[in-house]
Ligand binder design. Structure first.
Ligand code: CA2
Length: 143
């Protein structure tokens, strides 16, 4: 069965509890449940993981290299703008990579305009809220 890994970076475990005007009202569990359902309908295996730790996200990306994962959908959160290490880990992954941001990072502070992960991503979705994850999964499953 085709396999996709969804990675959520730091602080995204707080979704739905604060700053709904920026990140929406859905919790991370709501988003993941929606993705599990859509993947099941499409016949894909899916794993959704969140971590507040850069090294743990890197370990998960490295594990995906070896377990037959076909694609990674990643919202690296603040690490988007800082992490060469996550970029390096993604560069060692052969499958498809889609970068997702809930907010339109280009409408926000200038430090959010640069993404290391975009150097590797096959596609980038920003500003569509939780629908961005669903769109990313649809693109992955269409391959
Ligand atoms: O728009 C996005 O998805 C971001 O990746 C979210 C990150 C931010 O650093 C990026 O620039 C853009 C922040 C995630 C923090 O999530 C929270 C959710 C609820 C309450 C507080 C933080």
């Amino acid at each position: 069965m085709n396999k996709v890994l969804v990675l959520h970076g730091p602080n995204l475990n707080l979704l739905g509890t604060r700053q709904p005007e920026v990140y929406g009202h859905q919790t991370l569990e709501d988003i993941n449940n929606d993705l599990y359902q859509a993947a099941a309908v499409g016949g894909w295996e899916i794993s959704c993981r969140q971590s507040n730790h850069e090294g743990e996200l890197i370990d998960l990306i490295q594990a995906a290299r070896l377990d037959g994962t076909a694609a990674i959908i990643i919202n690296p959160a603040a690490y988007t703008h800082t992490s060469v290490a996550i970029l390096d880990a993604l560069n060692a992954f052969d499958g498809k990579v889609i970068e997702v941001h809930l907010s339109n990072v280009h409408q926000r502070e200038s430090f959010r305009h640069h993404s290391y992960v975009s150097l590797r991503a096959d596609g980038v979705i920003a500003g569509l809220g939780s629908q961005g994850y669903r769109a990313a999964l649809k693109a992955v499953m269409a391959e």
